[in-house]
Design a protein around this ligand. Structure first.
Ligand SMILES: NC(=O)c1ccc[n+]([C@@H]2O[C@H](COP(=O)([O-])OP(=O)(O)OC[C@H]3O[C@@H](n4cnc5c(N)ncnc54)[C@H](OP(=O)(O)O)[C@@H]3O)[C@@H](O)[C@H]2O)c1
Length: 254
């Protein structure tokens, strides 16, 4: 598939880490035609619906593999298994994550740490291993999801926000480390996305859908962009957010 004047995504399998993620599955659906897609998720024997959707989207094959992001020690073995069984990785999408319960996390350090572990520590571990693997391959593309929550951390969701702020900074640094290596790492900064992760919450202004985020990701993959912001007009909001005095920012809603 061509995207404007840009190149196709890199050759190899599409690896979706967080194989039930709504955003991740929309990305995988768009990349699926003619490709092998690997869904890596907890309860990997319960991915039949997702497998069928991707086959309908004309994936050449869809495989599943057991993946618990919090089991850092299992990450390397998972990547080795994927490469041994299916060959080189073309695009790896790190779509796993939890929003967590902010009120609980403020009282319960174990819950606060669990959020940061999944949303930051596990991402750092997997991105580091994938960067090493793709360096050996000589090419390949990675997608990581930051959030408006991490651009300037708000009192109302500072635990999740701090994990996203850390991830955003880590990815920026890794992008520079990968500069000139032939490996593309895309950072996705989206606002509130209406979907399962935010179910029951009032949509924030400038919300988007998993479809819209996936369209942005695909455009960014084809253009080899460094950052995609969804929706694009949030870029101005991100600049403005930094200028708000702390006395007002403290009261910003989630
Ligand atoms: N939705 C938003 O408003 C929004 C906004 C900005 C950024 N983002 C980011 O975008 C990414 C994708 O989000 P989404 O909206 O697609 O969320 P989603 O539909 O809730 O999917 C997240 C997936 O992560 C998986 N996951 C959580 N912990 C895991 C673990 N320890 N091991 C393996 N998988 C785990 C969940 O798996 P199970 O099925 O096993 O529970 C779930 O399928 C996330 O990084 C999110 O933070 C989302």
């Amino acid at each position: 598939m061509a995207f404007g004047s840009s190149r196709d995504v890199d050759a190899g399998v599409i690896l979706l880490l967080g194989g039930r993620s709504e955003i991740g599955l929309e990305v995988a659906r768009r990349l699926a035609p003619g490709r092998v897609v690997i869904l890596a998720a907890r309860r990997s024997d319960d991915l039949e619906k997702q497998r069928r959707e991707l086959l309908t989207a004309e994936a050449s094959a869809v495989q599943t593999v057991e993946f618990d992001a919090d089991d850092l020690g299992g990450h390397q073995a998972l990547l080795e298994k994927v490469v041994a069984e299916h060959g080189r990785i073309g695009v790896a999408v790190l779509a796993f994550g939890i929003l967590g319960d902010q009120a609980r996390a403020e009282q319960d350090p174990a819950h606060a740490v669990a959020i940061v572990h999944t949303d930051y520590v596990a991402q750092v571990n997997m991105l580091t291993l994938l960067a090493n693997l793709l360096r050996e391959q000589g090419d390949g593309q990675l997608v990581a999801f930051s959030s408006i929550a991490g651009i300037r951390v708000r009192r109302a969701n500072y635990v999740y926000g701090s994990a996203k702020a850390g991830l955003d900074g880590f990815v920026n640094g890794l992008q520079d480390a990968l500069h000139g290596s032939g490996i593309h790492l895309l950072l996705v900064r989206s606002g509130f996305v209406i979907g399962r992760m935010t179910a029951g919450m009032e949509p924030a202004p400038m919300s988007s859908t998993p479809d819209q985020v996936a369209d942005g990701v695909i455009a960014g993959l084809y253009k080899r962009s460094r950052i995609v912001t969804v929706p694009k007009r949030l870029k101005l909001v991100f600049i403005a957010m930094r200028l708000v005095p702390q006395s007002l920012w403290r009261r910003a809603p989630r």
